[in-house]
Design a protein around this ligand. Structure first.
Ligand SMILES: [Mg+2]
Length: 273
């Protein structure tokens, strides 16, 4: 795959010093789940000649390669910093940084206790039907489903209605919290049939530890201005924490066109496009 990093000045020689610009992916750089537009890529490239740039997305690198890269272009060549999975995985100038995971964080012993508890609880749960895959193990979280993730579309719809009435998931989350008060975990009920369990604080602010670590590097920069652009910036949105974090200057955008307009206004004012 092509590499483009060489055409940009080293991070510590960019014209606007100590500034990094981070972007959410879906609805900020690209339409939801769709590829990036050529004008957006051109603007990002122009911006990268002035400041350091990066993205932070909830999904994994494979998905971001599909949306931001192409068969000829590796997504990690398009940004100085890539933060898939909110930065649990990270790339700096195309090279991987140390990654972390749910299992590394919690440890095998505690995870086993948690998984055993969940499976016992679901075994004793009286709900109309059960299918399979009650715990899905992912890099940064586990996803727990009382009916099981193999449920069909119709079965999911039926479970959602049942859950609305009987609060199966809400009760299970409350019981989990009571059973594991020592584990610093966040429980998030979303979608139709499941809830996520992840370490508290592993939202998009997680990636800021990589940005802050830059100042320790011989060729690194102390980023005193960290811009963040995202679309889901209100309470409950997945950009809310990093958007409101005191370490960032937050910019709320409506869509990729709005991102382009704001970036031009802030960084290219008075220049002809
Ligand atoms: Mg978004």
């Amino acid at each position: 795959m092509a590499t483009t990093a060489a055409v940009y000045a080293p991070l510590n020689e960019r014209p606007i010093k100590n500034t990094i610009v981070l972007f959410d992916v879906d609805e900020t750089l690209t339409p939801a789940r769709l590829p990036v537009s050529p004008p957006m890529l051109q603007l990002l490239s122009a911006l990268r000649h002035k400041v350091a740039i990066g993205y932070v997305g909830g999904s994994n690198l494979v998905k971001q390669q599909e949306q931001l890269g192409s068969p000829q272009v590796d997504v990690t060549t398009l940004f100085d910093f890539c933060f898939p999975e909110n930065g649990l995985t990270a790339f700096r100038l195309g090279q991987p940084l140390e990654s972390t995971s749910f299992i590394k964080f919690i440890g095998e012993e505690k995870y086993k206790r948690l998984a055993n508890w969940i499976l016992h609880y679901i075994a004793d749960l009286d709900i109309p039907i059960k299918r399979g895959t009650f715990i899905e193990f992912r890099n940064g979280m586990i996803n727990v489903s009382p009916i099981g993730r193999n449920a069909s579309h119709e079965e999911r719809v039926a479970f959602t209605a049942f859950d609305d009435e009987h609060q199966v998931r809400a009760k299970m989350v409350a019981d989990l919290k009571a059973a594991f008060p020592d584990l610093p975990l966040t429980y998030s009920i979303g979608g139709q049939i499941s809830f996520d369990v992840f370490p508290t604080g592993w939202d998009k602010t997680f990636c800021l530890r990589h940005v802050e670590a830059e100042k320790q590097r011989p060729d690194g920069v102390e980023y005193t201005t960290i811009h963040f652009f995202g679309d889901k910036t209100s309470v409950g949105g997945n950009d809310y924490e990093i958007y409101t974090d005191p370490r960032t200057v937050g910019h709320s955008v409506k869509n990729p066109e709005d991102t382009m307009r704001q970036v031009k206004e802030i960084f290219f004012a008075g220049e002809t496009a």
